[in-house]
Design a protein around this ligand. Structure first.
Ligand code: 5GP
Ligand code: ZN
Length: 114
């Protein structure tokens, strides 16, 4: 997607503070962190939102969760805990229409969320 900001980050056209890269994913620090640690995990493939997922994406999404857990373990978030967030659509506040998993850590999170 030519005008997608996260596709541009994947292509290296927009810089990011990279945390991890695999064959199918890029993980980088959020530009406006909402917690002491705030990492975005995005598939390199452009998929606009969770509601567009199809059967062919099942293993990719499993890989995304496993990568989040791996990064959390490597960064030392496991003991205190962390939050994973997927915003889908307007009411959830999705701003960037390229699937991204928020990995938030380093503070206590409220429930229900705001
Ligand atoms: P959403 O609200 O769509 O779930 O979250 C989008 C996230 O992307 C926000 O937390 C926002 O701060 C982050 N973001 C938007 N543009 C950029 C960018 O150019 N670089 C980085 N690193 N994060 C971005
Ligand atoms: Zn994209």
């Amino acid at each position: 997607m030519a005008d997608c900001i996260f596709c541009k980050i994947v292509k290296g056209e927009i810089p990011c503070k990279k945390s991890e890269e695999t064959e199918h994913f890029l993980a980088f620090h959020d530009i406006k962190p909402q917690a002491p640690a705030h990492i975005l995990i995005i598939p390199k493939q452009h998929i606009a939102r969770i509601s567009e997922l199809q059967n062919c994406h099942i293993s990719l999404m499993g890989e995304m969760l496993l990568l989040a857990a791996t990064i959390a373990r490597q960064q030392g978030f496991e003991q205190d805990g962390y939050r994973l967030v997927l915003n889908c659509g307007e009411n959830a506040g999705q701003e960037v229409f390229h699937i991204h998993l928020h990995l938030l850590a380093g503070r206590k999170f409220a429930w229900p969320p705001g």
